[in-house]
Design a binder for this molecule. Sequence first.
Ligand code: UDP
Length: 234
Amino acid sequence: MLYNKILLKLSGEAFSGDKGHGINRPTLVSLAKEIKSLVDSGIKVAVVIGGGNFWRGRDAENYDRVTADSIGMIATVMNGLAFRDVLQSEGISARVMSAVEVPRFAEILIIPKARAYMENGDVVIFSGGTGTPFFSTDTTAALRALDIKAQAIFKATLVDGVYDKDPHKFNDAVKYDSITYMQVLQNRLAVMDSTAISLCMDNKLPIHIFNLDIPGNIINILKGQLIGTIVKEN
Ligand code: UDP
């Protein structure tokens, strides 16, 4: 296997299925089955969850940004709790940690504890974003991957990789198999926000962009298949 410890970034929209909003349990069940195949193969998995299926601070007009982002961070905790429930019902031992304090519902984020849980084979769900407004859960994914010494980020998307232009709008859009952090930043490609990309670049953390709708994609990438796009140094 290419890596034995990965961080999976799931955006909120990956939770809503066809509904486009909120949480669709059957969608979570398929995600959980993907994760189970990884855990069963001995891969240690952490998950960072977005909140866009409920709320995105930057889209919330007329609200103070700090308040809007606070609501967004709480949305990620809701997703985290739902996903733990589904993971557990699929027989996966899972923990939710939160960077914002909601002690009745989720453990406060303590990195050594998260690492210990992962050593133990638990899937750790990092919710609450960074705990700070003006950041994204993509940046959270980069930070937590570094915190737990994951070897790569797997960022799930609805297309099958990174293209030079929007494949929904242009027939001649070309998919990259591999691309550098610098190309992503210079061409403003919609991979992750620039804070997240910069963190990955400074720490040489590879990012795999792949289509979440195709079962087996993550494990097949781990087995060395050329799927999606890898973002790396060169
Ligand atoms: N958020 C934040 N700080 C963080 C992470 C998230 O303030 O460190 C807020 C922000 O409002 C963001 C929302 O939480 O829009 C949901 O996160 P994100 O937009 O990254 O979710 P996704 O697009 O991945 O579903």
